[in-house]
Design a protein around this ligand. Structure first.
Ligand code: SF4
Length: 528
């Protein structure tokens, strides 16, 4: 069996860093971990090829070569997934769609011969049957069943073109014990964190190391500290592993904000090589946090939490949300004050979105306020009728995001990291290729760029800390600023000025998929 695995294209988003990639000589930020994990679970005698549309194009010869085309991704990638499915079907190939978007929105992918919902571990026979044309058009896991990750195999990193990516990925756990109303992670992966064993995780790092990877590795967990006891057990071995190999990887992950309350855990994470963490701050409004079920954020002062994590040597990237039911104009001022000098260069301020299958989605459906399916973008008009006047919400949001990514505000937040961190986050010395990045950045941002003052001020702030690590950190953040500022100015603000945010075409694609001649899948999806 010849299987073509296709990773769909991401539209331009904050996370894509498309404006910064040319400065790094890379094509994409992260590899398709889901597809290479699936690949590891396919029969060993099948021939596999991977095409990541964020890195390369899909040519007709690759489609002609394949017996089966498997495509997987997130909601925001749906337009690209549907385009791939259309091409594969036109070429007469059998198609299977899987991953987060087909799991939560199977009806959107009626163009696929088979929609595979849920996780692959322990369900290899089902995907084999689907590839052979046996079995139903909707392959769903038994309700509530979630596989133990002891059954997870090490992803097929060998299928990747390492030179195309800024960072590699591994996964230590899935699921999160909390119950934030807007979160789809707990619907997809459950509220009981499932972990790989330390041996499994180190084997994945070994695989990356053996293939020659050095540098950044994203630990793609929903909440790395979802099971703190197990995380504590994992970290000393990870620190030893790094020490024995000359500390080849800088790690970053996602975690709940209660991380800040545990000095020992923070110290262990730093020792293991963690240099940054994404946390969901969401809002300084305690009433909004309570209403959204994000009660873990009520247990400590959020600004103090950010300072503590930063001081330990881990940079905080944070998510913020506006558009909660209790929000009013004062909320925007509170967000602005929180962020003004916070050590959070990368602040993802988005508009509340109801993702399919979430508690928020169900509540808004009951209240008759849902307007359309979410495109997965959170930097635009909400997909439900907000409690606040929508024109005011979008205007105040545009003002907030415009200010957050003004060069001065970004520089202030970067300086706050350098002033707060006991040791600067990031690699202790520049990686191979770092001088090339620096030369490109100096020429394109420092000599020819529009924001030369930001560039040189940031480098000067890094140099003043008097270490190679701080200077390297400053260069990386100057490169990162190029995307954050340009994406805000060129995409987000113009879309908001048009009044409705981006039309990503998902609803059109959804309608088209619904109307396709696929009654059996439509019928199957109605029960999903
Ligand atoms: S803490 Fe994060 S992952 Fe966990 S439920 Fe809340 S939003 Fe989801």
């Amino acid at each position: 069996m010849r299987v073509l695995l296709v990773h769909p294209e991401f539209p331009r988003t904050y996370w894509g860093f498309q404006h910064s990639l040319p400065l790094t000589g890379k094509r994409a930020t992260l590899p398709p971990l889901g597809l290479i994990t699936l690949a590891a679970h396919l029969p060993a005698d099948w021939t596999l090829r991977l095409v990541d549309l964020n890195v390369e194009t899909l040519d007709d010869a690759a489609l002609a070569w394949a017996d089966v085309v498997m495509v997987g991704g997130m909601l925001v990638q749906a337009p690209s997934m549907l385009a791939v499915l259309a091409r594969a079907r036109a070429a007469g190939r059998r198609t299977i769609a899987g991953g987060p978007a087909p799991t939560t929105s199977p009806e959107l992918f009626a163009a696929a011969d088979v929609v595979f919902q849920g996780e692959i571990e322990g369900r290899e026979a089902e995907v084999v049957a689907a590839a052979r044309g046996q079995g139903p058009p909707l392959v769903a896991p038994p309700p509530g069943a979630r596989p133990a990750l002891a059954a997870a195999r090490s992803p097929r990193y060998d299928l990747l073109r390492f030179d195309a990516y800024v960072s590699m990925s591994v996964q230590a756990s899935r699921g999160c014990p909390f119950h934030c109303e807007f979160c789809d992670v707990i619907e997809i992966f459950g509220r009981v964190p499932r972990l790989k064993t330390p041996v499994q995780l180190l084997a994945e790092l070994d695989a990356l190391f053996a293939l020659g990877w050095r540098g950044s590795v994203f630990v793609v967990d929903d909440n790395f500290i979802g099971n703190i006891k197990e995380t504590r057990r994992l970290l000393p071995g990870l620190a030893r592993w790094q020490d024995e190999r000359g500390r080849p990887f800088e790690l970053y992950t996602e975690a709940s904000v209660n991380l800040a309350a545990d000095e020992g855990l923070l110290a262990d994470m730093v020792a293991a090589g963690f240099t940054s963490v994404f946390v969901g701050i969401e809002t300084p409004s305690t009433s909004a946090l309570r209403a959204a079920g994000k009660t873990q954020n009520l247990r400590m002062d959020l600004r103090e939490a950010v300072d503590r994590i930063t001081a330990a040597g881990i940079e905080v990237m944070a998510g913020f949300i506006v558009g909660f039911d209790g929000d009013d104009e004062g909320t925007f001022e509170a967000q602005r004050r929180f962020l003004a000098d916070a050590p959070i260069p990368l602040a993802m301020v988005g508009v509340l979105t109801a993702l399919p299958g979430t508690a928020l989605w169900r509540r808004l459906e009951r209240e008759g306020r849902l307007r359309e399916r979410s495109s997965g973008q959170t930097f635009a008009r909400p997909n439900f009728v907000p409690a606040m006047d929508e024109a005011v919400l979008l205007r105040r949001y545009a003002e907030l995001i415009g200010e957050v990514y003004s060069p001065d505000a970004y520089l202030r937040r970067c300086r706050a990291v350098l002033a707060t961190a006991r040791r600067p986050p990031g690699p202790r010395r520049p990686r191979a290729g770092g001088w090339k990045h620096l030369a490109r950045a100096v020429w394109r941002l420092g000599v020819r760029g529009e924001r030369r003052r930001l560039f040189w001020s940031l480098l000067a702030a890094g140099a003043r800390r008097g270490s190679a690590a701080a200077f390297t950190w400053a260069v990386a953040h100057a490169i990162q600023s190029e995307h954050l500022i340009r994406y805000t100015r060129e995409d987000v603000l113009p879309a908001l000025a048009r009044g409705a945010g981006e039309d990503l075409g998902v609803d059109d694609a959804h309608a088209a998929a619904r109307d396709r001649d696929r009654p059996e899948l439509r019928q199957a999806c109605q029960g999903a």
